[in-house]
Design a protein around this ligand. Structure first.
Ligand code: NAD
Length: 243
């Protein structure tokens, strides 16, 4: 672990899947961590304790609904220093658009897109103070392509892509880089509702002939956090050559 200049990273939705793997990758790279979840605080506290013990870093678990502005404000009241923000928390919704309720639509947009506004609005002043910072939004290949039965999800991730490009332009003069990692199909609970047949059909479409692992997504997120500062405003796709 590099103890000379430990940096602090906030990762939303870190109790499982890509967020959890990202927490593990950043911990191994020597970052202090602030991890959030919406419901699974006991699980997240166990992870935080493991990472503290294994890597000797500061790692804090915080329960906060990423789609709730007051929860996010409560979280940022506890943060006075931040180098990296990973907006990972996200939910999917599979179904016909015509069957979707207003409440379901708003929830997908709130958790996947509004959350980026809430965290970035609070994180940017902390990064401006240091004249440095990295923001990485976890997006989806559907944000650029669109997916049938996932219109709200696709729209939310398309919004994340545009948010990323626009905020990158706004913050580049202040040495704050904003990029997105747009995942294809990654093997997490988000895809656990797929039947074995659906999974086989999905793999058949992917040139790499498999789903990506959360660890691979985490490695790329860490690499983007450590990339040269000239990399900004990019939507970097991780999809096994799918598109
Ligand atoms: P997951 O369902 O395994 O994990 C999602 C995480 O987000 C969990 O820790 C969950 O607790 C948290 N979360 C959900 N709603 C939250 C909320 N309101 N507030 C705070 N935390 C919340 O899914 P995953 O596959 O690890 O997804 C992580 C990110 O990757 C999401 O943004 C998702 O859209 C994106 N993504 C995933 C895939 C994939 O195939 N798995 C593909 C493209 C993009």
């Amino acid at each position: 672990m590099n103890t000379s200049h430990p940096k602090t990273a906030l990762i939303t939705g870190a109790s499982r899947g890509i967020g959890r793997a990202t927490a593990e990758a950043f911990a191994a790279a020597g970052y202090h961590l602030i991890l959030t979840c919406s419901h699974s605080l006991p699980d997240l506290e166990i992870l935080a304790e493991q990472l503290r013990t294994q890597y000797g870093l500061s790692c804090r678990a915080f329960q906060a609904d990423a789609g709730d502005p007051s929860d996010m404000a409560r979280l940022f009241e506890t943060i006075d220093d931040l180098d990296v923000l990973v907006n990972n928390a996200g939910i999917s919704h599979i179904g016909l658009l015509a069957d979707m309720t207003v409440k379901q639509w708003r929830r997908v947009l709130a958790v996947n897109l509004d959350s980026c506004f809430y965290t970035c609005r609070a994180a940017v002043p902390l990064m401006l103070k240091k004249h440095s910072g990295r923001i990485i939004n976890v997006s989806s290949a559907w944000g650029a392509r669109g997916a049938s039965m996932e219109v709200a999800y696709s729209a939310s991730k398309g919004g994340v892509n545009a948010f990323t490009r626009a905020l990158a332009k706004e913050l580049a003069p202040s040495n704050i880089q904003v990029n997105a990692v747009a995942c294809g199909a990654i093997d997490t609970d988000m895809n656990s509702s797929l039947s074995a047949e659906d999974l086989d059909a999905l793999k058949a479409e992917i040139p790499a002939d498999r789903l990506g692992s959360p660890r691979e997504a985490a490695q790329l997120i860490l690499q983007v956090a450590q990339a040269p500062g000239y990399l900004t405003g990019q939507i970097i796709t991780l999809d096994g050559g799918w598109y």
